[in-house]
Ligand binder design. Structure first.
Ligand code: BEZ
Ligand code: MG
Length: 577
């Protein structure tokens, strides 16, 4: 980081850093694994309840507590606390009050929390009460754990009540757990609320790209997953529709089977071309939605609009003119696995170190995902026709890739699926478009539908989880499994290097220092799980060997020593990790 040239640059830097610290501090950090049949602990409960209060829930008549506090304190927007005050100060004040109110609820009662808020901010007790009644209900349901009982009843072949599948914060009615999770009717997707929320996210995404590149992306590569679209009732789908500039239309049976064009004047920007790669689960659960998306692209490509305001039409026209492609081929944008197949296998290739050139990872993504779900010239459904050339062509125009992150619990380094999909498509774009795409993720943790670059998201995840003592000590309480989780995070971080180059080298240095070069920690990990600590050490060396990280020779030498030491110890106790 450069030294600031003057005081105003210095102040701006301090403000930015304090904003980042506040973001890290306020993030919900899972403090260990869920133990089947065991209710959440008080601390974990308090964190969850604070997040539950952060959202407007019009369907329950509940307003977001931060907004209520802001109004009570007469802060017009998060931007203005008092003349001269910064956004960060306002946010800190509001978040501090919300946290204290939730703590008061946990220690005492709804009445106490409502009373405390009134005395602190003047917030009308009757305005605050619905939020705390919801919090009280969620708190009680969190204690009400039927998981073991339900499992035993299921094994006896008894009836298990159904319950929706979602995230507690997004949809508290997933509680109590231990029910038979159900999905949603694919024809209901996207729901009106999902479509509304997606408008802001799509706008934030395009505005971020515009800020960084000075133009809109010619085309975007999107990843759509099934479970996410169940949880959000189709926010990912709705974002794709917004980018294209269409809204879903429901038929007489209330099924979203048609689209209506949003006029350019109302949209206020060009229609963005989107290449959609959908998971096998999405394909199975949302077959009608794939057809809706295909229909949307075709409708937009056929509009009589200026090419500089309709990038779908422009890209389709270019392919027809330059390569004599048919309209049906040039307009194909929805791709998934072959019928009956799932996943990209990019994660397996990375984890088993089975690649030489990074480009192979993108090629594997296309090999697995190049099956088109569209229509033929006679309007008949085509479900899974291998179309590698069409996918290569579509990806060659992509300038940005994106995935909607919907979960409070599962982030981009918790599982290998984010890098296999978003990383996989990004590498595939890189070789086909001859340039690295900009890579973005949304963040449902932020009520304003915040967009982050992949680099920023990797840093945030690393600071809040992998390198955060609160997170790794929570994991280490689970012994063998906890060490495996730490190693998973390191391997998934490595997966982002392999597929995107989005991992700052300091991340590998700090991981080495925290888990291997600290003797006490190293010994603890070894005793709990020698296999995982060995894999972790080898993965760090692989990151160096593949050019993702080039630390001081001293650190490298220590790392090699550790790997030799682990090999000796393993021989001594006959472990072959
Ligand atoms: C899905 O929900 O579509 C999905 C879940 C896990 C991995 C990949 C896809
Ligand atoms: Mg898995």
């Amino acid at each position: 980081m450069n030294t600031p040239r003057n005081t105003s640059e210095r102040d701006a830097r301090v403000t930015e850093i304090s904003g980042q610290l506040a973001e890290i501090e306020q993030r919900l950090i899972p403090t260990g694994l869920h133990v089947f049949g065991r209710a959440a602990e008080l601390k974990e409960k308090a964190d969850l309840l604070r997040m539950v209060t952060s959202f407007d829930r019009p369907e329950l008549g509940v307003r977001a507590l931060p907004a209520l506090v802001m109004e009570a304190l007469d802060i017009e927007s998060h931007k203005e606390l008092a003349p001269g005050a910064t956004t960060n100060e306002a946010n800190e004040l509001i978040d501090g009050i919300v946290s204290e109110a939730v703590r008061t609820f946990c220690d005492a009662s709804t009445d106490a929390a409502v009373e405390w808020l009134y005395s602190r901010t003047g917030l009308d007790r009757e305005q605050a009460r619905p939020t705390f009644l919801l919090v009280a209900k969620v708190a009680q349901l969190l204690d009400d754990n039927h998981e073991m009982d339900s499992l035993l009843r299921a094994l006896r072949g008894e009836y298990i009540e159904p319950g929706p599948g979602a995230d507690i914060v997004q949809n508290p009615s997933v509680l109590p757990t231990g029910r038979n999770t159900h999905a949603i009717n694919p024809y209901s997707v996207p729901s009106p609320i999902a479509f509304e929320r997606a408008r802001d996210t799509a706008a934030a995404l395009l505005s971020r790209y515009m800020d960084e590149h000075g133009s809109y992306p010619r085309a975007m590569g999107l990843v759509l997953w099934g479970l996410d679209n169940i949880k959000t009732q189709g926010e990912g789908v709705a974002q794709a529709l917004w980018l294209l500039g269409v809204r879903p239309v429901r038929d007489a049976l209330n099924r979203a089977t048609e689209v209506e064009i949003i006029p350019l004047a109302e949209l206020g920007r060009p229609r963005i071309d989107v290449v959609m790669t959908v998971s096998g689960i999405f394909r199975d659960l949302f077959t009608p939605t794939m057809m809706l998306l295909d229909k949307a692209v075709r409708r937009v490509a056929s509009l009589d609009e200026p090419l500089d305001l309709n990038y779908v039409r422009r890209n389709v026209q270019e392919r027809i003119d330059a390569e004599s492609a048919t309209f049906d081929d040039a307009v194909t944008r929805v791709f998934s696995n072959a019928p009956g197949n799932y996943g990209t296998n990019v994660n397996f290739m990375v984890m088993q170190s089975e690649w030489r050139e990074e480009a192979s990872l993108g090629d594997l993504f296309v090999t697995r995902k190049c099956f088109a779900y569209t229509r033929d010239a006679n309007g008949r459904n085509v479900e899974g026709r291998e179309a590698r050339q069409l996918m290569d062509n579509a990806l060659a125009r992509v300038q940005a890739t994106y995935q909607n992150i919907d979960s409070f619990e599962v982030g981009i380094t918790d599982v290998d699926h984010y890098f296999e999909y978003l990383g996989g498509i990004s590498r595939a774009v890189e070789t086909r478009a001859q340039t690295q795409p900009a890579i973005y993720l949304s963040d449902s943790l932020s009520a304003q539908g915040k967009i982050r670059s992949l680099k920023e998201t990797v840093r945030l995840e690393t600071r809040t989880k992998t390198l955060n003592p609160k997170w790794y000590e929570g994991m280490l309480k689970h012994g063998f499994r906890g060490v495996a989780e730490i190693e998973n995070h390191v391997a998934n971080t490595f997966g982002w290097s392999a597929t995107t180059d989005a991992v700052d080298p300091w991340i590998y240095t700090e991981i080495s220092k925290t888990f291997l070069l600290d003797e006490v920690m190293f010994q603890r990990l070894w005793e709990l799980n020698p296999y995982s600590v060995t894999s972790l050490a080898k993965r760090l060396l692989e990151a160096h060997n593949r050019g993702y990280w080039n630390p001081d020779e001293e650190i490298l030498e220590k790392l090699r020593d550790k790997i030799r030491e682990l090999a000796h110890r393993s021989d001594a106790v006959s472990i072959n990790a």
